[in-house]
Design a protein around this ligand. Sequence first.
Ligand code: NDP
Length: 400
Amino acid sequence: MGKCMIIGCGGVAGVAITKCCQNSEVFEEIMIASRTKSKCDALKAKLEGTTKTKIQTAQVDADNVDELVALINEFQPDVVLNLALPYQDLTIMDACLITKTHYVDTANYEPLDTAKFEYKWQWAYREKFKEAGICALLGSGFDPGVTGVFSAYAQKHYFDEINYIDILDCNGGDHGYPFATNFNPEINIREVTANGSYWENGEWVETEPMEIKREYDFAQVGKKDMYLLHHEELESLGLNIKGIKRIRFFMTFGQSYITHLKCLENVGMTSIEPIEFEGKKIVPLQFLKAVLPDPASLGPRTVGKTNIGCIFQGIKDGKEKTYYVYNVCDHQECYKEVGSQAISYTTGVPAMIGAMLVMNGQWNQPGVWNMEEFDPDPFMEALNKWGLPWVEDFNPTLVD
Ligand code: NDP
């Protein structure tokens, strides 16, 4: 069907690219372009011979719009799939505008010097993308991503009005290290050390980091402590889901993770303020990232399962109704299939699906869109087909 340029070659990209190569009818040609070309070449070498997809590689600095434009003009992709870091979202969107190329990403823009992610910067591109006749699909990972699709699906098929959404992200996996993060450590730690917040009656309610804790018994995982975090999809779902009164996001963390994080925070290692070290400016959090295990190396040693989903409460035909839809993913099965643990898998598969739906026209409208704004059905079907089957529960335990 067409050509896709994938930017970034880390944990999530490794899965998305492997999945594109399993789906060669759609992804006839791909280009893997990233900062470190040797990683792109290594992945190409691993996949070639197992796929009909033609693979090219390139070095690119995704902070540099001119470099991106030159590469896009050379390869002429139908869509650019941005799997670099959130800091690169705007430069890649600029390059897509200049070259009139569709755009898909998995995380919203965040300035490097402010640990605050929100959609305002990317939503500001709406008119420009519309005028250029190109589509930007924002946040096509799991959360955000599938959580938006689950919400649109609940709204379309089961509710007249959804009043409450709780998004529960449980990682029951064990990698055997006292402390490691399952995806990019810098992005992960910025997310969990920030203040928490939830959306209630049209406004944000802010909490201290990890202030709100609940226990939940997750299917196929068991009982876990989970903590309320701010998360980007709360912002778009609050606007796009009818009748919403409250949306919260909870993520599970083990005691060892929390104790280590608290200690690192207390000694200043999670700070994003540059400090002077031996005549050089360094950012403590970036230095910490350099000494922590690479998330891509956790694959072989992580056992257990993830369970991520949404609990909805609302009204159907005048009656109260609850609905829980979730996916369970096994770390070792992911590793056997694509060589990565489930966190990269649960993000990389939806990234491939989002790019596919934009390419085949099922999800393609000029403008800038969040996941819940498109028809959820083709995405839900693709999740079952491409490795993230979902389970429905019409009588779930609610979170108080
Ligand atoms: P990694 O750090 O493993 O990979 C990032 C990749 O981007 C690396 O290959 C890196 O290059 C490359 N990169 C970074 N800066 C540049 C640049 N300036 N130019 C070109 N390439 C660059 O991250 P992950 O794979 O864990 O995460 C990828 C994205 O997925 C992130 O935005 C993250 O927030 C998002 N995510 C979304 C989730 C969701 O559910 N929605 C869940 C998890 C992650 P190099 O190899 O040289 O370092």
